[in-house]
Design a protein around this ligand. Structure first.
Ligand code: FES
Length: 67
């Protein structure tokens, strides 16, 4: 079992399972996600996760991602 599970932007309390379909539907880039939802635009710690989510559709992470 993994020690960490990351599933959302903590600052905006926004689950990646909600963000991913929205982003796919609207063709959002990371900048679009940040502008439209505020996710990634506060502490910024979720940005690497948002990037991977946008690239792969993954919504649950069990590792620490850096830039
Ligand atoms: S966790 Fe997403 S901006 Fe802070």
């Amino acid at each position: 079992m993994s020690a960490i599970t990351i599933t959302r932007c903590v600052c905006q309390r926004m689950p990646f399972t909600v963000l991913a379909p929205l982003a796919r539907e609207r063709g959002w880039t990371l900048d679009d996600v940040m502008r439209e939802t505020g996710c990634g635009d506060q502490c910024g710690l979720c940005q690497p996760y948002l990037k991977r989510m946008l690239a792969t559709g993954q919504t649950e992470f069990h590792e620490v991602l850096w830039e």
